[in-house]
Design a protein. Structure first.
Length: 301
């Protein structure tokens, strides 16, 4: 399953998200339940969820993922109010994920904000334990992180420590981000099979609920987290395309989070989504930078 991040706004709300995914030729997608930088959320009854589900069914989209907002930080031990907010809001996002029809909520594990790895991991475990219970329907997919600043989840060992401390860890899954793995020091370009072997020291392959397929602007181990368009970065098209063809991930949502690309219109730069072109290239297995220009022309109309 191959798709991208899509928006959610305006009158069409979730219905518009599905339409956007279909416009890219996608058969899955990822969406936020609202702006990732704030707590503003529409009532579920106003999000046109039944219409969106009907449109997905008509077009054979059986699975999509939701991404938790960036404002959630379960690793914060310095500000109790911020920690409580994160737990409460994560619980709400899990409910919204389920009501929208997804079984996967992708979550950045959290940052220790200077208090150290051990303190941060223990706080993340505490937060997830306060969020999940035996009746929680959606899974939390912990995302592999680049190791920027004090963020946690930059290694499979750190993620395994979180798993081991969570009571209902049958509700946890993984989200592999190729850019983040590269920037954290894993050899995605040269030995992705070895990366998976390292992961399987801690997790079976069926724990991967989602893959974020991104090229990287940075060299391996840079710890910077700067996504690049497919084929234009240090990982390269060949490796990223090969990942989409791995039988282990045949039924796993593979999501593009690559940057918008600039095109000139009337003497001014305009940013357009690259996803239709990138999905087409990945499906055909041929890197064709000129395809972006062709697709951009159709998107401008």
């Amino acid at each position: 399953m191959l798709g991208s991040h899509v928006g959610l706004s305006g009158k069409e709300q979730f219905l518009g998200s599905v339409k956007e995914a279909l416009s890219y030729g996608a058969d899955t997608f990822m969406v936020y339940t609202g702006a990732p930088q704030n707590t503003l959320r529409r009532n579920l009854c106003d999000m046109r969820i039944p219409e969106a589900k009907a449109l997905m069914a008509e077009n054979g989209i059986t699975e999509f993922v939701v991404h938790a907002p960036y404002i959630i930080n379960l690793g914060n031990t310095l500000k109790p109010d911020q920690f409580k907010f994160s737990v409460d809001f994560l619980r709400e996002e899990l409910h919204r994920t389920t009501e929208m029809g997804s079984r996967t909520l992708v979550l950045h594990p959290g940052s220790h904000v200077g208090e150290g790895e051990d303190a941060g991991i223990m706080q993340i475990i505490r937060g997830i334990n306060e969020t999940l219970d035996a009746d929680t329907e959606a899974h939390i997919a912990l995302e592999t992180m680049a190791g920027k600043g004090s963020e946690l989840g930059k290694s499979f060992e750190q993620l395994a420590r979180i798993y081991d401390g969570v009571i209902h860890n049958n509700k946890l899954r993984l989200c592999l981000d190729t850019c983040h793995l590269n920037d954290a020091g894993y050899n995605v370009k040269g030995d992705f099979e070895g990366v998976l072997a390292e992961m399987e020291r801690y997790f079976p392959i069926n724990q991967v609920a989602c893959i974020h397929l991104n090229d990287s602007k940075n060299e391996q181990g840079a710890a910077k987290d700067r996504h690049e368009n497919i084929g234009f970065g240090t990982i390269g098209f060949e490796r990223l395309c090969a990942i989409t063809r791995m039988p282990e991930f045949a039924n796993t949502p593979i999501i593009l989070e690559t940057p918008y690309m600039s095109t000139e219109e009337g003497g001014k730069d305009r940013s357009l989504p690259p996803y239709k072109a990138e999905i087409e290239m990945l499906r055909e297995g041929v890197f064709n930078p000129e395809l972006w220009k062709t697709v951009a022309e159709t998107q401008k109309k």
